[in-house]
Design a binder for this molecule. Structure first.
Ligand code: UD1
Ligand code: UDP
Length: 367
């Protein structure tokens, strides 16, 4: 008998990737009446992922506007979410991560006194402006959650330090590894004409705190890196935020060994990570996935809420300092021993069974 109504909320690309294993596992449970709400904070990039995993939303708020601001996005989301909560009347709502969709979902649930379960709970840098606004989004979500699915023990410890009751915190691993292992089992065509003889550098960049000069510095460093090293080819699926596309095409466009492309589908992107020699990124999810695939990552940030892979020595923080980006990348391109030390294949974020653990906890909890 379906006796628990579970509403799963997704808004952006990474939320859909990380919620997909949970949604698919819940859909197999005879006790769960599962519905999916897409806020569509991202439109094209969300649809891309939902299609890959065969997930069809029951509700779609179609919220995205071009170059949306945080305040208006938050306000529109909160009002729209409340209408669906009133209509669907779920017993429990699940959402993943630290986007505006997640923060507003937790708040909308609080106002209606509906249990909120937070997937990927407890990540912290301790700096509310870095990453911005994600650090505060996840703090707010944590304090409005009934259940916290922490990916690692250090994430759990962060929550306990904020006086969140240990009874509601579960270390499950990160569902991103569930999605990754399932996807990486097969090979896919990336659909881009890459030179197999070159060392492929895969770049992603989208963080709000890097908009403007830091992002331009990163792109200038990438251009110099490619120009100085003719063994290298750069693949950059450009995030569609206009604050990213403008400088990306202006600085990196028109170079024969630089491929600027639209966001890749998840299967193509996983394939690109598999084929990459080195990954340079400010993405949260990529910092979790690449180590599991044995790929070194240089992170374009000053601090990270994902310290485990840094501690393991397979991810290095380089910020947006041009000379540091270039010197660290060149060391990896030329020093084989150094490269091997960072390409060890460790998976501190999960074992591919996080979704099963989350589903079992929800089943057994009186939430
Ligand atoms: C958002 C999240 C960020 C997450 C990232 C994942 C917030 C505040 N930010 O950042 O935490 O790491 O998603 O990618 O929640 N756009 C499109 N098509 C799309 C997606 C975005 O055109 O499919 C453009 C639109 O102009 C949109 C803009 O990108 O207004 C920004 O989208 P938004 O979700 O506000 O911020 P992101 O930078 O994508
Ligand atoms: N990704 C993708 N296509 C791309 C770039 C990234 O499918 O062109 C995937 C990637 O594998 C990871 C997720 O998107 O799972 C990361 O999303 P993003 O960097 O946008 O957000 P963040 O993780 O920083 O919140």
């Amino acid at each position: 008998m379906k006796n628990k109504r579970v509403l799963c909320v997704v808004g952006t690309r990474p939320e859909a990737i990380k919620m997909a294993p949970v949604i698919l596992a819940l859909q197999k449970q005879e006790w769960a009446d599962v519905q999916v709400l897409a806020t569509a904070q991202h439109r094209q990039m969300l649809d891309q992922v939902l299609a890959v995993f065969g997930i069809v939303p029951d509700y779609d708020l179609d919220i995205m506007r071009s170059n949306q601001g945080l305040t208006e996005l938050t306000a529109r989301l909160l009002v729209a979410l409340d209408k669906i909560l009133a209509k669907a009347s779920p017993d429990i709502v699940l959402a993943q991560g630290d986007t505006t969709t997640v923060m507003t979902t937790s708040l909308a649930c609080f106002y209606r006194q509906i249990s909120f379960g937070h997937v990927e709970a407890g990540l912290r840098t301790g700096n509310i402006y870095n990453p911005f606004p994600e650090e505060m989004n996840r703090v707010v979500a944590s304090h409005l959650s009934a259940m916290h699915f922490a990916p690692t023990t250090s994430a759990k410890e962060n929550l306990l330090r904020e006086n969140i009751s240990a009874d509601c915190v579960y270390v499950t691993g990160n569902t991103v590894i569930d999605a990754l292992l399932e996807t990486a089992r097969q090979d896919f065509a990336i659909g881009i004409d890459l030179d197999a003889a070159k060392q492929l550098i895969l770049l992603t960049s989208h963080r709000r705190e890097n908009f403007g000069a830091p992002m331009r510095d990163t792109f200038t460093a990438m251009l110099e890196l490619v120009e100085r090293n003719d063994t290298v080819e750069l693949l950059y699926p450009v995030h569609p935020n206009p604050n990213v596309t403008r400088p990306a095409y202006e600085i990196l466009g028109g170079h024969s060994r630089i491929h600027l492309v639209e966001p890749l589908g998840y299967t193509q992107f996983v394939q690109a990570m598999k084929q990459a020699y080195l990954i340079i990124s400010d993405s949260g999810g990529v910092q979790e996935e690449a180590p599991a695939l044995g790929k070194p990552v240089l992170v374009l940030r000053e601090e990270t809420e994902r310290p485990e892979a840094v501690a393991a020595g397979v991810v290095r923080l380089v910020g947006t300092n041009q000379s540091l980006i270039i010197s660290e990348a060149e060391k990896l391109l030329t020093d084989k021993e150094y490269y091997r030390s960072m390409a060890r294949g460790v998976s501190p974020y999960g074992d591919g069974k996080a979704a099963a653990r989350i589903v079992s906890i929800i089943k057994n909890r009186d939430c």
